[in-house]
Ligand binder design. Structure first.
Ligand SMILES: Cc1cc2nc3c(=O)[nH]c(=O)nc-3n(C[C@H](O)[C@H](O)[C@H](O)COP(=O)(O)O)c2cc1C
Length: 210
């Protein structure tokens, strides 16, 4: 049975454009995978705490030496990682806020980057330990940035995911959403077309891999 993890990070929760695009993809994907399990994580409704020295120390402490508080902190991070590892397909709703990613998504990233668990360093450099998954990112922006030097968000998200071993990542953009109704409608329509195309492709690829 296939598992899809849907992570949404719009501050408007399910009402965000990135959430709506993600949902459109997940609906198309589940229609093609009727028995599949979908895990939903809404980072606005259920925020991951900011990483603090206390939390980071809990990650670093050896399991047998952790205090009960440290066990709870590490256990919470372990559960997020277990969810990630259980997924065959990962869907990320990615709004652009003030040129970056939502701080809620950064806090989530800070809890899934764990030395020895999701990555490790070797003599050849870092090695990601979360492998064999397909990631789809649905990016919503008010302006136009994709493919320009101002789009540091895409590079950051791609680099971070690759660091964990997630190197099969596809982005779908809906841009210019604050640039008038016509432009917004065109952008959402183009994103919908892309979603239907990749949902169909994804099903074929998964069928081949099965
Ligand atoms: C607080 C805030 C900051 C924003 N900053 C940017 C920005 O830097 N660049 C941009 O293109 N759009 C910006 N926007 C517009 C959002 O990218 C746009 O509304 C998009 O739909 C957000 O995704 P969401 O609807 O899934 O939340 C911002 C919107 C908000 C609410």
């Amino acid at each position: 049975m296939k598992t899809l993890l849907q992570i949404q990070s719009s501050l408007f929760t399910s009402g965000g454009q990135s959430s709506a695009l993600s949902r459109e993809f997940v609906d198309a994907w589940t229609a093609e995978n009727p028995g599949a399990r979908v895990i939903r994580r809404d980072l606005a409704a259920d925020p991951v705490p900011h990483l603090t020295a206390e939390r980071f120390q809990a990650f670093l402490a050896k399991p047998e030496t952790r205090t009960p508080e440290q066990q709870a902190i590490a256990g919470y991070s372990d559960a997020l990682i277990a969810e990630l590892q259980a997924a065959d397909v990962i869907v990320i709703g990615l709004p652009m806020y003030n040129f970056g990613l939502p701080s809620t998504l950064k806090a989530y990233f800070d809890h899934i980057a764990r030395a020895g668990i999701t990555f490790r360093y070797t003599e050849k450099g870092p090695q990601g330990l979360v492998n064999g998954k397909k990631v789809y990112v649905f990016a919503a922006r008010g302006g136009l940035y994709a493919g320009t030097p101002l789009d540091t968000q895409t590079a950051y998200v791609r680099d971070f995911l690759r660091f964990l071993g997630l190197d099969d990542v596809e982005f779908v953009y809906a841009e210019g959403l604050a640039m008038g109704d016509a432009r917004k409608a065109d952008a959402l329509q183009a994103a919908s077309l892309a979603i239907r195309r990749i949902a169909a492709q994804g099903v074929e690829a998964l069928a081949e891999a099965a």
